[in-house]
Ligand binder design. Structure first.
Ligand code: CA
Length: 233
């Protein structure tokens, strides 16, 4: 049986498609490709890949439409490729269920590291995840029932809101949650003051976790986009 990860790349720019395919093949992933949204959906349905790398600007349909179609039937991790001009679409794609994104042009090492981490987190969540009302990842433990957060065995005293934010991020471990997605979940709405309010809470959480400025342990800040929980950078 073939247990290599199967990755579907949907990208219309031939040089980027070749570049990404070669990178992933060099890492021994099994790569399949499509250059339109329509072909991408067909390939997705027939091959059931472990990860989809999705360009947002496709010639026939917008990549976000394809993402919506995929999400109707599958929780498969999706990594979005976006050009700088598609910043708004990138946030929209994350809110629609994309797991991560890279902005073109991107470096090969960064890209491969992100793919590896998505696949690892996905397996990690399937195997560990939420067991018996608890979440564990690296040094972090969250007891959902007792509403307590621990680093190693030390309890970190969080406010209700801070706990809710950490619990939410843990439920989407490894995935970027946008400011708007977090705010809607925590406060029930997203307005002009929400991002600031979220950032203030995050700053307090970081202080309690003894993180230095710029240190991205436990929580990674995707500048201008949102936050993701992880165990390493
Ligand atoms: Ca394109």
């Amino acid at each position: 049986m073939n247990n290599r990860y199967k990755i579907l790349i949907i990208e219309d720019e031939a040089n980027i498609l070749r570049f990404v395919a070669a990178l992933l093949q060099a890492e021994d992933y099994f790569v399949i490709t499509a250059d339109t949204a329509e072909k991408g959906l067909l390939m997705f349905t027939s091959h059931r890949p472990d990860l989809v790398v999705l360009d947002l600007g496709l010639p026939d349909h917008d990549g976000t439409l394809l993402l919506q179609d995929i999400r109707k039937t599958s929780p498969v991790p999706v990594m979005v490729l976006s050009a700088r001009s598609e910043e708004k679409d990138k946030v929209e794609a994350l809110d629609m269920g994309a797991n991560d994104y890279v902005t073109k042009p991107f470096g090969s090492r960064e890209f491969v590291a992100r793919v590896r981490s998505i696949l690892r987190f996905n397996r990690h969540c399937a195997e560990e995840g939420k067991l018996g009302g608890k979440f564990t990842a690296g040094e972090m433990t969250i007891d959902y029932d007792a509403r307590k957060f621990y680093i190693q065995d030390n309890e970190i005293k969080l406010t209700q809101t801070e706990f809710n934010i950490m619990a939410l991020l843990s439920e989407h471990f490894g995935k970027v949650l946008t400011y708007s997605a977090i705010s809607k979940e925590i406060w029930g709405y997203f307005d002009s003051g929400s991002t600031k309010k979220l950032q203030v809470n995050m700053a307090n959480i970081r202080k309690k976790l003894s993180l230095k400025p710029g240190e991205n342990k436990f929580i990674f800040n995707e500048l201008g986009v949102g936050y993701r929980m992880h165990t390493d950078v």
